[in-house]
Write a protein that binds this ligand. Structure first.
Ligand code: 5GP
Length: 196
């Protein structure tokens, strides 16, 4: 997606060869216009997939997920990273291991909002090693629903997540794929290119 790539080049900051900071439009401050375009793009790509629900992870997945839900006309459920006082019944949980933080976080979702009648589009801000996406897929499996695909705003194609998910047979759509991050030079990969 050209608009997104332009935004990454203009406002993204490569903190190292592996970490990209995009808090000017996605991870802290949010650009609603860009999120709206992202929503339209995911909705167009998944229009024939009979999606009934979108599942994302708080907090940075929520903006692109809500914009997609708005265009597709389906509800958006976000998995929580912290236990909620009011969310106690029918709680489904899974664990996410973060290679960057080297810690495991539990994520949870109520089975009230996703069930065996659902075909779910997973949306997240970043795809790195794929652990967050796999945990969301695990929640959806436990709810008895089907995964229609995984929509990612920024895939770091030099890390293992994309390969892992595609090898498992999931459809993965990434709107920007980064091939490498070097001294502030951000190289992009095409959708077809295999970096790993
Ligand atoms: P994964 O589970 O695929 O390894 O990592 C995905 C999660 O880690 C994303 O939801 C995102 O929050 C965070 N993440 C991974 N790499 C980056 C990065 O380079 N920049 C930012 N801002 N977040 C990242």
């Amino acid at each position: 997606m050209e608009l997104l790539q332009k935004k990454i080049v203009e406002e993204g900051i490569a903190l190292s060869e592996t970490v990209l900071k995009v808090d000017r439009f996605l991870n802290h401050q949010i650009d609603p216009q860009l999120m709206s375009e992202i929503g339209k793009e995911f909705a167009t790509r998944y229009q024939d997939e009979k999606v009934t629900k979108i599942v994302t992870l708080e907090s940075s997945g929520i903006a692109p997920a809500v914009m997609t839900g708005l265009v597709m006309g389906v509800p958006v459920v976000f998995a929580r990273k912290k236990k909620s006082l009011t969310l106690t019944e029918g709680l489904i949980t899974s664990s996410v291991y973060s290679y960057t933080k080297q810690e495991t976080t539990d994520i949870s979702m109520s089975n009230k909002f996703v069930d065996q009648t659902d075909r779910v589009l997973v949306i997240d801000d970043f795809l790195a090693n794929g652990q967050a996406a796999l945990a969301l897929i695990d929640l959806i499996d436990k709810a008895g629903a089907e995964v229609a695909g995984i929509g990612i705003v920024i895939e770091k194609a030099f890390q293992d997540g994309g390969m892992l998910l595609r090898e498992k047979g999931y459809r993965v759509d990434s709107l920007a794929r980064i091939a490498s991050l070097n001294n502030q030079t951000i190289q992009f990969a095409t959708e077809e290119e295999t970096i790993r």
